[in-house]
Design a protein around this ligand. Structure first.
Ligand SMILES: *[C@@H]1O[C@H](CO)[C@@H](O)[C@H](O)[C@H]1NC(C)=O
Ligand SMILES: *[C@@H]1O[C@H](CO)[C@@H](O)[C@H](O)[C@H]1NC(C)=O
Length: 318
């Protein structure tokens, strides 16, 4: 009896070892397939990995701002929380001693689940790139273009412009090495970038700044990487066409097309800071906030009222 029990446990032990071996072998293999920089060489940009490989962190860059949120920052944050639910929000700022202040941070603090996800990270504004001085006037813009590459190469995650509004969950894109919106016959968009920190495209993009054109707004951010890298190596990214709402006419529909349907998009670029010269009705509602949005009749009004669950006074509703 005793002998049989002993031999049985040897068999059990052997099986246990074998299972452990198999598990680690397979785990290691799948890990390498998905995560190793070298193995991205064979990465399939249309099918992606079998699991999430991009951390669920949303990054914002707040350069040249104070320690407050404005209304648009606030709705962009709430939309990303509500519609995507990241683990963390990293605000990268050039403020050394950041003090959360203002009404909208107070509102954020009241939501414990949201507040617990917020982190401030110091990020210096670049003044030069590969020895070339950044255009002084556009320092924060060109600096932010470079900053987002650095941030993604350091952490990986989901970079959002300060006016990139998330409509639907972006989790499906977290299975790819790098995801960008690149519409047909356009340059790539940089308002939303989802990337693994070792994505091959990122260092190539950064390196393309060795030829920096200070006088061109979008040369290094969009034109050069599209022409020099993506058209030659489209397998480096998972290409999104249209679903990130990067097209200017799509953005402007929020403010000028009453029947525009935004709900099928994953995100939309709000372009609020460009309404001043693009929106014929700009003067009627120059500033958006929780009051002016109540009676704003274009799709942006409906979108934000729905997000914040606020409604115009009954008397104004026909
Ligand atoms: C990616 O995977 C799909 C489906 O298996 C396949 O049809 C396609 O050829 C692959 N692409 C590359 C570049 O390997
Ligand atoms: C994947 O890469 C191929 C080139 O290898 C490209 O033609 C295709 O458009 C890419 N697919 C996606 C979804 O980006």
């Amino acid at each position: 009896m005793a002998r049989r029990r002993v031999s049985l446990s040897y068999v059990q032990l052997a099986i246990a070892f074998f299972i452990c071996f198999l598990f680690f072998y397979l785990y290691d293999k799948s890990f390498k397939n998905d995560d190793d920089r070298s193995s991205f060489e064979k990465f399939n940009n249309s099918t992606g990995a079998h699991r999430f490989i991009v951390p669920n962190i949303i990054h914002f860059i707040h350069y040249n701002k104070n320690s407050q949120l404005n209304f648009i920052d606030y709705v962009v944050l709430i939309a990303a929380m509500r519609n995507h639910q990241p683990d963390m929000f990293y605000y990268h700022t050039d403020i050394v001693d950041y003090k959360f202040s203002g009404k909208y941070w107070d509102w954020v603090k009241k939501d414990r689940s949201l507040w617990s996800r917020i982190q401030i990270k110091y990020l210096q504004v670049p003044t030069e790139i590969f020895g070339q001085k950044l255009n002084e006037e556009w320092r924060y813009f060109h600096g932010g273009d470079i900053g987002r590459i650095h941030v993604l190469m350091r952490y990986g995650g989901i970079y959002l412009d300060n006016d990139a509004y998330v409509i639907r969950s972006l989790h499906k894109y977290r299975k790819f090495e790098c995801v960008l919106n690149w519409d047909e016959n356009q340059f790539m968009g940089t308002q939303i970038i989802i990337a693994h920190k070792d994505a091959r495209f990122l260092p190539l993009w950064l390196d393309s700044y060795r030829q920096y054109h200070p006088d061109e707004w979008y040369y290094n951010a969009g034109e050069r990487p599209t022409v020099e890298i993506l058209t030659k190596h489209p397998q480096l990214i998972h290409r999104v066409k249209g679903d990130f709402g990067a097209d200017i006419s799509v953005s402007m529909s929020l403010y000028d097309n009453p029947t525009f349907n935004w709900r099928h998009l994953d995100a939309i670029h709000l372009l609020v800071n460009h309404r001043v010269y693009m929106d014929d009705n700009y003067n009627k509602t120059p500033v958006f906030d929780e009051n002016t949005i109540l009676n704003y009749n274009y799709p942006f009004g409906e979108m934000i009222r729905e997000l914040l669950d606020i409604h115009p006074p009954a008397i104004n509703r026909s």
